[in-house]
Ligand binder design. Structure first.
Ligand code: C2E
Ligand code: MG
Ligand code: MG
Length: 768
């Protein structure tokens, strides 16, 4: 039921329902009680009326008897009777009768003959009609009753003897019983009275004519002495009949309407009181219910707003009761959640070091751009930040980033956004920017960076490279746009031209690669980078003497990703510098663990240019050797020619230091780049790895075979051991052994495998 869904209605309906129930019950009880009371009261009144009636008859009878006795005692009268003086007797009877109001006077002989009758003076004697009355008078000396005369009119009559001194005759005196008599009785008793004859017809009545008419329809037989209900012309009566004789009955009636009137009135008042109290209760309970449910509903709405992310304070509920306390707790909860949410969103959207918006915040703003908007995204990367960070420590590096951030903020155009993406990479989002204004802005940026930055009295020169991509011309997808701006920035860095547009650089790596890059950071945190090991075989001794650690990305969805798909970009972005130390530590741990199990293997790690130029590398290697208790010869570092060529002086200096520790150093992919022979002479390396492109084509290309043969000879001449990688056949292996190549590596010997499989492979090989 929908009515009961709302608390407010439920409270009100329950309260009002209860009251209505109580009131209806009360009215029913009152109604029932008044019926009982009315019944009992009617019985009582009718009984009292009957008694009154008997008393009245008795009183009238006494009066008549007295008057009759006086008459009977009159000597002259007795004389007149004795002498049969008809005129005198009738005259005395009339006089006496009119004095007491009797309208009928008779003298009876002792045997019941009517001798004189004032109503019929001339008539001769005839028999008295009411013998029974006369007989009673004979026994009791007097008698009286209401009787119907010959003319069917009721009379109240008395019979008394005339004593002279013995009984000589009877005097009969009578009053007519008429409407006035009935009305008088009605007035004094409060009851209606009617005299009903057996022959039908109302002889006297206090009832109004219409009801009198209705009464004639009531059967004579029904008028016994039992109390009964009568309905006359729609009026209800309690009635009782008094037997007066065989011919007539007196009917006493009490109008139920009249006796119920008081109770009806009371019920009416009670009904009004009940209706008013229900009305008041409805108003009261609704307002109480609203007082209870109102604040609750208010809190519900506030909770719904919280759910929708709106934490604005709810209007206060200032009730001092439990609801008020609930509202206060609710407000505390809201403030707590709002503060935490604010903190969380700050953590989620703010770069903690600089206080600037972070990458997430920037990409959200980018994705909010509509199809009609125009914007430029400018990515700025500091040049030479890594060496500063490494050389002067992270504290200085952090301060530098903070100062650069605030300097960049100063020149940010109104309405733009400056975010720190990560590391030393910042990005601007500027809406409604045209290429020309964007280029001017980039120049202002570079200019702003040109001023040296003062940290603890130390003046640092920083510069940056900027890449710009335009929305929507260079892409609508924010990842693509940001990547294209980054690619443009790398291009600007490489060309050292300060700023480049994405359109000048092109699409860059395929989208698959782009999205992989975005996940690299997470991969590092989740240990998705794993190392595979490929054996290095001493060709002369036919013995495994080492293994090269090769990186794989164990991607949760894409499976095993080869290094060629992500290392180049990790190198470009500088992210490789976060990966390599972890790998070096893994390799050192692996070497120590294998050595403990008696596998004296030299493990080789690949270094990229950025790693080699990292001044922290030497310190790291020292620490690793110490931590894992390794001799420096247990590890070999492979460096590509291109890494050497990027900053030959610095590379050479670092190599010298590494060699100084005693670590083995190897030139990887020799012959694929443009390494000068002159470097080979001066570099402190121990190994030369001939690029596999030469080995692959040994059988096919005599020129390549010649190059390999002479490179082996050259290496030996320089005191280096020579490694051939990419050996895929027995023929190549045999040929290489023949020409004196020291070490071989390739799928023919073994494919790179997880460290866990390596010892099993070694055991299997020993058994063959
Ligand atoms: P690389 O250092 O020259 O490693 C040799 C590559 O040749 C490996 O490829 C290896 O699996 C593959 N190879 C070995 N034997 C054969 C063979 O018989 N035939 C053919 N076709 N290939 C063979 P991988 O593992 O895909 O690595 C590719 C390159 O990625 C490596 O070349 C190296 O420059 C780089 N790399 C791998 N791991 C790392 C790392 O941990 N750090 C850095 N900076 N670079 C790494
Ligand atoms: Mg290598
Ligand atoms: Mg190689």
């Amino acid at each position: 039921m929908t009515v009961f869904r709302s608390l407010e209605r439920r409270i009100a309906v329950v309260f009002v329902g209860l009251l209505v129930f109580v009131m209806v019950l009360m009215l029913l009880i009152v109604g029932r009680s008044s019926e009982v009371i009315i019944g009992a009261e009617s019985q009582r009144q009718l009984a009292a009326g009957a008694r009154n009636f008997s008393n009245l008859i008795e009183r009238d009878r006494r009066q008549l008897e007295l008057a009759a006795s006086v008459l009977a005692g009159d000597f002259g009268f007795r004389e007149a009777i004795a002498t049969q003086d008809r005129a005198t007797v009738l005259s005395v009877l009339r006089n006496h009768g009119s004095r007491i109001g009797a309208r009928m006077m008779m003298i009876l002989s002792l045997n019941g003959e009517v001798l004189f009758d004032t109503r019929r003076p001339a008539e001769a004697s005839h028999t008295f009609l009411f013998q029974a009355l006369l007989d009673r008078a004979k026994q009791e000396e007097r008698s009286g009753d209401v009787v119907l005369m010959e003319d069917m009119r009721p009379y109240q009559i008395v019979i008394v003897p005339i004593m002279a001194p013995v009984r000589t005759a009877w005097v009969v005196m009578g009053f007519p019983v008429e409407d006035t008599w009935a009305e008088e009785f009605s007035r004094s008793s409060g009851l209606d009275v009617s005299v009903v004859s057996a022959a039908g017809g109302i002889r006297a009545s206090s009832l109004p004519p219409a009801l009198r008419q209705a009464l004639t329809a009531v059967q004579w037989e029904a008028l016994d002495e039992q109390p009964k209900q009568l309905t006359l012309a729609g009026y209800h009566y309690h009635a009782v009949s008094l037997a007066l004789g065989s011919q007539a009955r007196v009917l006493l009636m009490l109008s139920l309407e009249r006796s119920e009137a008081v109770f009806r009135n009371l019920e009416h008042i009670l009904f009004i009181i009940a209706a008013c109290s229900i009305g008041l209760f409805v108003v009261g309970s609704f307002s109480l219910a609203r007082r209870i449910a109102g604040p609750v509903n208010h809190l519900v709405r506030a909770a719904q707003r919280f759910e929708a992310g709106d934490y604005s304070p709810a209007a206060t509920v200032s009730a001092p009761d439990e609801i008020g306390q609930l509202a206060a707790s609710f407000e505390h909860m809201r403030a707590g959640i709002a503060a935490r949410e604010q903190k969380i969103s700050r953590l989620a959207y703010e770069d903690t070091l600089t206080g600037l918006p972070n990458r997430t915040r920037l990409t959200e703003s980018l994705s909010a751009l509509g199809p009609d908007d125009h914007a430029v995204i400018a990515v700025l990367d500091l040049d030479r930040f890594a060496p500063i960070n490494d050389a002067l420590g992270h504290r200085v590096g952090d301060s530098l980033l903070q100062l650069v951030g605030s300097r960049l903020l100063e020149i940010m155009p109104q309405g733009g956004m400056l975010a720190r993406l990560w590391g030393d990479e910042f990005a601007f989002l500027i809406e409604k920017a045209e290429p020309e204004t964007a280029r001017q802005f980039a120049e202002r940026l570079l200019e702003a960076l040109r001023k040296p930055i003062d940290i603890d009295g130390q003046k640092l020169d920083v510069s940056g490279s900027i890449g710009m991509a335009f929305y929507p011309d260079d892409g609508c997808d924010m990842d693509v746009l940001l990547r294209r701006a980054e690619l443009a920035m790398y291009a600007a860095k490489q060309r050292q031209c300060g700023c480049m547009f994405a359109a000048e650089v092109g699409e860059g790596p395929p989208p698959e690669q782009l999205s992989l890059i975005g996940e690299m950071r997470q991969a590092l945190e989740c240990n998705q980078f794993v190392l595979y090991y490929q054996p290095k075989l001493d060709l002369a001794a036919n013995q495994v003497v080492g293994a090269e650690a090769l990186l794989r990305w164990q991607h949760p969805e894409r499976g095993l990703i080869p290094p060629g798909n992500f290392i180049p970009f990790a190198e470009k972005t500088g992210f490789i510098r976060e990966i390599t130390p972890r790998l070096l530590e893994d390799i050192a741990a692996q070497a120590a663990s294998w050595r403990e199990r008696g596998m004296q293997l030299v493990l080789s790690a690949n270094l990229s240019a950025r790693d080699l130029l990292n001044p922290g590398l030497v310190r790291l290697m020292r620490e690793l050797l110490e931590t894992y208790g390794l001799s420096p010869q247990a590890l070999c570092l492979e460096i590509t020619e291109s890494a050497l060529m990027e900053d030959p002086m610095l590379a050479q200096a670092h190599l010298a230091e590494l060699a100084g520790i005693g670590l083995k150093l190897s030139i990887d992919d020799y012959g694929a780049g443009q390494a000068s022979l002159a470097y080979l002479k001066s570099l402190p390396v121990h190994e030369l790895k001939i690029d596999q492109s030469f080995i692959n084509s040994l059988a096919l290309s005599p020129k390549d075979a010649a190059i390999v043969r002479s490179t082996v000879a050259l290496g030996h001449a320089l005191g280096l051991s020579v490694v051939a990688e990419g050996i895929e056949s027995q023929t190549d292996l045999d040929w290489l052994r023949e020409v004196g190549c020291d070490i071989g590596q390739g799928y023919f010997i073994a494919r790179p495998m997880p460290a866990a499989d390596f010892s099993a492979w070694l055991t299997r090989r020993a058994l063959i």
